[in-house]
Design a binder for this molecule. Structure first.
Ligand code: AP5
Ligand code: MG
Ligand code: ZN
Length: 215
């Protein structure tokens, strides 16, 4: 049973590792960013609201995020664990998650903080491409799809995210430092956080995660 949170700055490799982690542990991948992007694609009311914030690199207001995640965690497939990617992202969200889990008498197994310097992250995000259909991440240099523009996993269209422009990326770092980084201390106090160097190569990062989370 694994209940995991992936923490870390934009571009640290949360989405990349998530794909591998959920396969290894057979748990659902819950990425709030992916959920919002799906809503934008489908033109829902939530998507329209979220897009205003995402395109600027700002956080979507807590009020739009917390209930969404609570509902998602109620689904049957979360009974045997889950992987949260990009949630929580504010101290308020972390407190709400703690409230939800304690209501159910559950704990987080581990909070995995993937870290890397901003210069590395910047380069990654500018080169990132993503599958429009399944969200699988690619990089034009480090991890290109086998066929240009086409997802290896599902055959979907591989595109550049609207928030992966230079200016927006810079703002996302600022927002991370101000609003999300305090969570490192929050979980340090809770005693269940581990820190993993995100620059040691995809496979090595994954091996470190598996070593820490266990079988
Ligand atoms: P979200 O989608 O969560 O974006 P993010 O946190 O900014 O993180 P990214 O997805 O950009 O990076 P990643 O760590 O997943 O890196 P990846 O694996 O793709 O959120 C987007 C927006 O939604 C937010 O700005 C906000 O507006 C909103 N939002 C979402 N959740 C919210 C919440 N809880 N509250 C409020 N608002 C919320 O990797 C990046 C690139 O690097 C890829 O190209 C990859 O191929 C490459 N790469 C990865 N690992 C390696 C490696 N080890 N070596 C070399 N290259 C690598
Ligand atoms: Mg991601
Ligand atoms: Zn795909």
């Amino acid at each position: 049973m694994c209940r995991l949170v992936l923490l870390g700055p934009p571009g640290a490799g949360k989405g990349t590792q998530a794909v591998k982690i959920v396969e290894e542990y057979q748990i659902p991948h819950i990425s709030t960013g992916d959920i919002f992007r799906m809503n934008i694609k489908e033109g829902t009311a939530l998507g329209k609201k979220a897009k205003e914030f995402m395109d600027k690199g700002e956080l979507v207001p807590d009020s739009l995020v917390v209930d969404l995640v609570r509902d998602r965690l109620e689904a049957e497939d979360c009974k045997n664990g889950f992987l949260l990617d990009g949630f929580p992202r504010t101290v308020y969200q972390a407190e709400e998650l703690d409230k939800y889990l304690s209501e159910k008498n559950l704990n987080l197994t581990k909070v995995i903080d993937i870290y890397a310097g901003e210069d590395v992250l910047f380069e990654r995000m500018i080169g990132r491409r993503v599958c429009k259909n399944c969200g699988a991440p690619y990089h034009i240099k480090n991890m290109p799809p086998k066929k240009e523009g086409i997802c290896d996993r599902c055959g979907g269209e591989v595109y550049q995210r609207a928030d992966d422009t230079e200016e927006t990326v810079k703002n996302r770092f600022e927002v991370y430092n101000k609003q999300t980084k305090p969570l490192v201390e929050y979980y340090e106090n809770a005693g269940n956080i581990v820190h993993i160097d995100g620059t040691i190569g995809l496979e090595n990062v994954f091996a470190s995660i598996v070593r820490i989370v266990g079988a």
